[in-house]
Design a protein around this ligand. Sequence first.
Ligand code: SF4
Length: 190
Amino acid sequence: MGLFALFSRWPLLRQLRNKDSTALGETAMSARSEKLAPRTVQADKVVRSICPYCAVGCGQKVYVKDGRILDIEGDEDSPISRGRLCPKGAASFQLVTGTHRVTDVLYRRPRAMQWERIPLHKALDMIAERVKQARDSTWESHDDKGRTLNRTLGIAHLGGATLDNEENYLIKKLFTGGLGIVQVENQARI
Ligand code: SF4
């Protein structure tokens, strides 16, 4: 490349020539980056979703190819986030694909030093048995003045901001209406 051609590619000159004061347009491109294409162009469909990490609820576009997630980007149509994602939301692709993700139920027996893998259906049965046992053993039908209580103080629930309105509705219905648990709290997702 000649000296003039080299000089004319100087970023400041390209900015002035292209009237690109922020250098976010073509000025920022190199010969190599001009040929690059985002992997999202390979997607055969895009599914709209919500970032699962926090109460802000930023909109996401999930790019899918052959039934597998290819990438996750911000949704510019979301009135909440208008295409933006914070570093956590921008990294949620690895929430699905990360090799460190735990996909088995791990159980550590009382006083055991090691975790063991158990089937999901067994874990759910164990949880159900413990909930029933805790509820039965702490059930209060009346107070000492004979007034109706029908509650248990033996179980409490603390939800997280990733729970959405519908999940919180069902949790409250099951725990309070169904099981008589009164200590049901949540970090609100507004
Ligand atoms: S992208 Fe960040 S701010 Fe938005 S919902 Fe996810 S974690 Fe929250």
